[in-house]
Design a protein around this ligand. Structure first.
Ligand code: PGA
Length: 245
C-alpha cells in the first residue's frame, strides 16, 4: 500500500475552496487502494472532517497540552477532530519560522505520546552529486528522534524532502530518493534496531506531480509521496490518486 499525503500548505484560503478540493479528493480516494491523507490548514479541518472517514493530518502542532501560549494549537485541541497525523520538521517551518531540531524533537515526542502519528520531514538544502545523501539527513533524524522510545517508531513516517526540490519544479531522481530511503532506514536501524529501520515507511517529497508520481511510488523502497502544490490543485491531485491506484 502506498501513501499519498496532501500538504495543502497555505494554498487554500477559503472554506468554499477547501470543501471543493476535499470533495474531489475524497471521491478518488475512496476508489483507491492507497492511504490518502489530507493535511489542511487548521481552520478548514471542520470542513473536511464532516465527511471524511479516511485519514486526516495537520501541518504543525505545539508540544504543551495547554496554557499561556499565544497563537499555538495544541494536541489536546485536535483530539476530537479525527486528526491522526501531524507533519513535523517541514523545511518551510525550519526556514521561515526558525524551528530548530530541538523544537521539532519536542513536538515529535509530544505528538507520539498523545497517540498521533508523525510525518517527519528531513532533507538537505543544496543539491549534491547523484547517490550522495548528505549527512545532515542522519543528523536531523538523530536530533529529531532523540529520546523517542522504540515502541513509538512504527508510528513515524519519514519524508525525505530535499529543500532544493520543494516548490521548484525540480524533483530529485527516484534513484536518489531510493538511496535516501536506504540511508534513513540505516540511521534508524543504527539508533534502534535493524528491524525498525527496515520497517519504517519512507516517502519522497519535492515537486511531485502527475508526470512523475509513478516514477517515485513504483520505485523499490519508496513507500509513497508527500505532495505540496500539486495536492492543492483538484484535477491534478485526483489524477495522481487514480494513477497510483
Ligand atoms: P511541493 O512541496 O510538492 O510543492 O514541492 C512538497 C512539500 O513541501 O511537502
Amino acid at each position: 500500500m502506498k501513501y499519498l499525503i496532501a500538504n495543502w500548505k497555505a494554498y487554500i484560503t477559503s472554506h468554499k475552496d477547501a470543501k471543493a478540493l476535499f470533495k474531489a479528493t475524497q471521491a478518488s480516494a475512496e476508489a483507491s487502494m492507497s492511504e490518502v491523507i489530507i493535511c489542511p490548514p487548521f481552520p478548514f479541518i471542520p470542513d473536511v472532517k464532516q465527511n471524511w472517514d479516511m485519514a486526516l493530518g495537520v501541518q504543525d502542532v505545539f508540544w504543551e497540552e495547554k496554557g499561556a501560549y499565544t497563537g499555538e494549537v495544541t494536541l489536546e485541541m485536535l483530539k476530537n477532530l479525527n486528526v491522526e497525523y501531524v507533519i513535523l520538521g517541514h523545511s518551510e517551518r525550519r526556514n521561515y519560522l526558525g524551528e530548530t531540531d530541538e523544537v521539532v524533537n519536542k513536538k515529535v515526542k509530544a505528538a507520539l505520546k498523545a497517540g498521533f502519528k508523525v510525518i517527519l520531514c528531513v532533507g538537505e538544502k543544496e543539491r549534491k552529486e547523484e547517490n550522495v545523501i548528505p549527512t545532515i539527513v542522519a543528523e536531523q533524524i538523530r536530533a529529531d528522534l532523540d529520546g523517542v522510545p522504540k515502541t513509538k517508531i512504527p508510528n513515524i513516517l519519514v519524508a525525505y524532502e530535499p529543500i532544493w526540490a520543494i516548490g521548484t519544479g525540480l524533483s530529485d531522481t527516484p534513484e536518489n530518493a531510493h538511496q535516501a530511503a536506504l540511508y534513513i532506514r540505516k540511521t534508524i536501524g543504527d539508533m534502534y534496531h535493524t528491524k525498525l529501520g527496515v520497517g519504517i515507511k519512507v516517502l519522497y517529497g519535492g515537486s511531485v506531480n502527475s508526470k512523475n508520481v509513478l516514477d517515485f511510488v513504483n520505485y523499490h523502497g519508496i513507500d509513497g509521496v508527500l505532495v505540496g502544490s500539486a495536492s492543492a490543485k483538484k484535477d491534478e491531485f485526483t489524477k495522481m490518486i487514480k494513477m497510483v491506484g
